[in-house]
Design a protein around this ligand. Sequence first.
Ligand code: PSU
Ligand code: MN
Length: 326
Amino acid sequence: MAGRSNIVVSEPVRDALAAGAPVVALESTLIAHGLPRPRNREVALELEEQARERGVTPATIAVIDGVPRVGLDEPDLRRIADDANVVKLSVRDLPVACATGWTGATTVAATALLAARVGIRLFATGGLGGVHRGAGDSFDESADLVTLSTTPITVVSAGVKSILDIAATLERLETLGITVVGYRTSTFPGFYLPRTTYDLDWRVSDAGQVAAAMTAADTLGLTSAIVVANPLPADQALDPALHDRVLADALAWAEERGIRGKAVTPFLLETFHRETGGASLTVNINAVRNNVAVAAEIALAWATPDRATPDRATSDRATPDQAPQP
Ligand code: PSU
Ligand code: MN
């Protein structure tokens, strides 16, 4: 089986990386287990197209027949979207999937790891995994967090979904040394809703500032991720009353049915899509699209040879959000 676990980089992605051209990684669990078929396949293709239209090479990542692939061709992308046997792979699953020739979709954790291994610096997703409600008893915290603490990649997400314990997730991001910046916001976004009640320490006003922070992180020798929290525009949000009702039901049903482990997140997402009559699905897709747009902007800024350095960015500094002075 030697060689099975070598990461295979598609030709367009390899060429872009070799040329220093902008590349954005895309995850496949969101396609296989986060969105319903057949809409998921259209979204997978649309997201790639959206990156290309901006002059950025998309690299959707998955494990196909035991081979970790960075950049999927269309048949593989379709397979990830259409095939109900595609499993959900976090980092700890990768060795076994590779050894046994399995096909699976990669979570934020596994996608970030594979992307960083081949030198990709930008990654767009929907929402990160995080600390689940009741984690004090269940210990259910996504491996996304711990992987991002040791993976040098910039992840654009619309925050985390309210299915999680948002406050605990933010605390863990802090403990794990993961940099978090609000993209044109000082408030952590709530995925379906543009804002939560949680303030962020840092806000950035453009893609160049994120690229400058990446440069600074490299200079400092940091090997942790930067999370760019990118809120959905207010007019695209889910109705808050509908959101609250469905959230309460979804959490109660997960508990009643004893849903555990890696099944929890897909169960909650599917329940949301069904119980909102598809409204949460539209919001979800819009959020991912927004994140691809911002990740593409940052990738372009990062690939520009004269990108802002931390020194040169001083005229337009990222602003620490300070408590009002007495
Ligand atoms: N959160 C979402 N949508 C998703 C996921 C998370 O809003 O599709 C997916 C991502 O792939 C993420 C994974 O990495 O679920 C986290 O799963 P778990 O909670 O089992 O670690
Ligand atoms: Mn979990």
